[in-house]
Structure formats: structure tokens, C-alpha cells
Write a protein that binds this ligand. Structure first.
Ligand SMILES: Nc1ncnc2c1ncn2[C@@H]1O[C@H](COP(=O)(O)OP(=O)(O)OP(=O)(O)O)[C@@H](O)[C@H]1O
Ligand SMILES: O=C(O)C1=C[C@@H](O)[C@@H](O)[C@H](O)C1
Ligand SMILES: [Mg+2]
Length: 163
């Protein structure tokens, strides 16, 4: 099995659905945010002390090490910010975009403080969402709309594509 990369905006459910897919398929599982935390420390601290650019560098470092087959990978919401990341994912893997409306993301994340970029103003977040939307769609092999669907329903929909 080609490695599967789940992409999408913060709160689109990449980590939640990634875990479920891992259980259903038996494939190994990685989350790029978790890998960065294990290797370099808490995300909020990296943003605060080293800056977003350094976080993006760490993100690419962990992505480079992921094998081309056999893994389910939940990416960070900003993985599409770097061309190199897109090339890496498209070269070997199957990219699945979890498409979630901004309003639904806002409902799910509420006042979350773990995601540094979610702390920005609504206007800035909407701009970020709009800017990335095209990148997610262009990069994806498969697009799954997630609004109004449970994580299990989304996982089942992905399983249908895989089997
Ligand atoms: N389909 C869904 N319906 C309702 N809530 C969901 C759904 N998927 C995920 N959630 C909830 O939304 C929140 C964010 O989910 P999750 O952490 O999986 O997102 P993510 O895409 O991995 O975000 P990030 O890019 O920040 O890593 C969690 O509280 C999760 O329980
Ligand atoms: O959308 C983003 O840029 C981010 C999403 C999260 O997954 C983390 O990677 C981090 O909080 C940055
Ligand atoms: Mg996640």
C-alpha cells in the first residue's frame, strides 16, 4: 500500500481520522505534528521561541523520513505551505484532502489554544483558509467533504476508495 497522507486545515480531523484508518487498515501510523513534538518539543513553544519558519523546517525534516509505503500519515494543517512538502507527498503517496468549511472548523476548535495560528483574528484565519484552499485541492488525489459527517463515516468513505 502506498503511504497515505491526510491533509486539510486545522481541525479538519486529520489526526482523528488517521487513528481510525490506522485501526481499520492495520497500516502503521504517524502524525507529523507528533513527530515534531517528539523530536523538537511543543509546537506552541517552537512558534514562540524559534518562529513559524523554523517550525516549517522541522515539519519538512520529519516528512522526508517517512517511508513511501505502508503508512497512514496525519499531516499538520500547514504542510502545503512548502512546495517541497507537496512534492514529497505527491511523489510517492496518496494524498487525501479532508475538506471542512471554515464555519465547521470554528465550531470544532472553539477557543483552542494549542494551535498557535488559531489564536489569530478571525479575519486572518479566514485569509489563511482561503489562501490554502487551492493548495489542498491541487495537491489531493482524493477530496472528502467532512461537514456533518462523523469521524467513523469519513473513515468508511476513505476505506471505500482504498478497497
Ligand atoms: N468529523 C468530525 N466531526 C466533529 N468533530 C470532529 C470531527 N473530526 C474531528 N473532530 C474534532 O475536531 C477537533 C480537531 O480534530 P483533529 O485534531 O483530528 O484535527 P486535525 O486536522 O488533526 O488538526 P491539526 O491540523 O491542528 O492537527 C477534535 O476535537 C476532534 O475531536
Ligand atoms: O495550520 C497550521 O499551520 C498548523 C496546524 C497544526 O497541525 C500544527 O502543525 C501547527 O499548529 C500549525
Ligand atoms: Mg492533527
Amino acid at each position: 500500500m502506498k503511504t497515505i497522507y491526510l491533509t486539510g486545515f486545522m481541525g479538519s480531523g486529520k489526526s482523528t481520522v488517521g487513528e481510525l484508518l490506522h485501526r481499520k487498515t492495520g497500516a502503521q501510523y504517524l502524525d507529523t505534528d507528533q513527530l515534531v513534538v517528539e523530536k523538537y518539543g511543543a509546537i506552541a513553544a517552537i512558534f514562540e521561541n524559534e518562529g513559524e519558519n523554523q517550525f516549517r523546517h522541522y515539519e519538512t525534516e520529519v516528512l522526508r523520513d517517512i517511508p513511501e509505503t505502508g503508512y497512514i500519515v496525519s499531516t499538520g494543517g500547514g504542510i502545503v505551505e512548502r512546495e517541497e512538502n507537496i512534492t514529497l507527498m505527491n511523489k510517492s503517496g496518496l494524498v487525501i484532502y479532508l475538506d471542512t468549511s471554515f464555519e465547521e472548523v470554528a465550531r470544532r476548535l472553539g477557543n483552542d489554544t494549542e494551535r498557535p495560528l488559531w489564536g489569530k483574528t478571525v479575519l486572518e484565519k479566514k485569509k489563511l483558509y482561503k489562501r490554502r484552499y487551492e493548495w489542498y485541492t491541487e495537491t489531493a488525489d482524493i477530496r472528502i467533504s467532512t461537514d456533518g459527517k462523523s469521524p467513523t463515516e469519513i473513515t468508511d468513505e476513505i476505506m471505500d476508495y482504498l478497497t
